[in-house]
Design a protein around this ligand. Structure first.
Ligand code: NOJ
Length: 389
């Protein structure tokens, strides 16, 4: 099963999940709030803020061709309108380190975490949020111009809209997704379009966004309920990409939808450490749905992966997922690449450090990285650009 020439084989992280000590963003504040819903605090995370060189070296050594990472807005604009050139230079050094290692940097301008100064004004509900994001986007131009082919404006805007209504108890989102906040969804949509316009005026990057997808599978008779459930949580965000340069899909699992809404995973069905159904075919559905809703837009699987303590399940999951990606390509869908989530065992938001998605384990006291066998296997698939039959 050969993949197209120049197919991108990558892996991904996000600033708040791996850098450590992002004390100036909304997540840090949330983690430390007395009524926090986070299982634990992010703390030092993987110390990737200092160890990004080691991380990039691992990606290259595995034989992967790309590394997707994000910029931490709260470091680059620590106070409203006050920009740090030194922090911006840090991310430019990350881009340069990727290029020197022969791998393509893929940059997400914002992956969930926002500066505290914006959070206290209401976050994405603030009337200034879109303008502030546009101004931030303009500032990061030197990080990506010329040398970064794929830039994503915002990560999973649909999940940001849903997370606004997350409550205690649904921390791992196993009982379906919370009701999305329409005001946040609209603000993120506007922010995306503003940023697309800005990035398009620069030399080099192709710009898009990355959307969380799920198989919302209707029980017989619940087709309309499922379509309505999916619309606000996914469909509208995929449709927004119709004029973009590319679209990222991020796929993990499926949720069955009955007449009354989402149905918990049935007993006896294999689940992962996030409590999600083990369902590697999700990525194939994601690609087909995205191709239908944003026709002609090149697709990239910007995230796909599994949280498991059993690395053999990771290899099995990715093997099946890649077969689904390959089948979509065979059917004529324009898929440019595949990024495994995540390079490292990292901070899984409200879930803390327990759900281990990484290709690489991280000792949280010494920060020692240990490459898992599944990582070597994925690297060998990437080098060969094919999966054996
Ligand atoms: C989606 C998000 O982009 C990422 O931050 C998260 O860790 C993974 N999926 C797994 O839940």
């Amino acid at each position: 099963m050969r993949f197209p020439e120049n197919f991108i084989w990558g892996t991904a992280t996000a600033s708040h999940q791996v850098e450590g000590n992002n004390v100036n963003n909304d997540w840090w504040a949330r983690e430390h709030a007395p009524d926090t819903i986070c299982a634990e605090v992010s703390g030092d995370a993987c110390d990737s803020y200092h160890r990004y060189g080691d991380d990039i070296a691992i990606v290259a050594d595995l034989g992967l061709s790309a590394y997707r990472f994000s910029l931490e807005w709260s470091r680059i604009e620590p106070a409203e309108g006050e920009f740090s050139r030194a922090a911006r230079d840090h991310y430019r050094r990350m881009v340069d380190a990727c290029l020197a290692a022969g791998i393509s940097p893929v940059v997400t301008i914002n992956h969930f975490s926002i500066p505290r100064w914006l959070d206290v004004q209401g976050g994405w509900r603030s009337p200034v949020a879109v303008d502030r994001f546009a101004r931030f986007t303009e500032f990061i131009r030197p990080v990506v111009e010329r040398d970064v082919e794929y830039v994503s404006t915002l990560n999973e805007p649909n999940m940001s809209a849903c997370m606004a209504n997350i409550g205690k108890g649904d921390t791992l989102l196993t009982a379906g997704l919370p009701e999305p906040d329409p005001q946040i969804a609209d603000a993120l949509t506007m922010a995306h379009h503003r940023a697309v316009e800005i990035v398009r005026s620069w030399a080099g990057p192709k710009v898009g966004w990355t959307v969380a997808t799920q198989v919302f599978e209707p029980e017989p008779g619940a087709e309309e309920v499922a379509a309505a459930y999916a619309y606000d949580r996914e469909t509208r965000f995929l449709q927004e990409a119709k004029n973009d340069d590319w679209l990222g899909v991020q796929a993990y699992t499926r949720t069955r939808i009955g007449a009354a809404g989402p149905i918990p995973v049935a007993e006896g069905v294999e689940t992962t450490l996030t409590g999600w159904e083990y369902y590697p075919d999700a990525v194939g559905f994601a690609l087909r749905t995205a191709a239908e809703l944003a026709p002609g837009v090149p697709l990239i699987v910007t995230e796909n992966g599994i949280a498991t303590a059993d690395d053999t399940r990771r290899e099995a999951y990715v093997d099946s997922a890649l077969r689904a990606v390959h089948a979509a390509i065979e059917d004529g869908i324009d898929v440019r690449g595949y990024f495994y989530w995540s390079l490292l065992d990292n901070f899984e938001w409200v879930g803390g450090y327990r759900p281990t998605f990484g290709l690489v384990a991280v000792d949280r006291e010494t920060f020692t990285r240990v490459v898992k066998p599944s990582a070597r296997w994925l690297g060998s698939v990437a080098r060969a650009n094919e999966l054996s039959g």
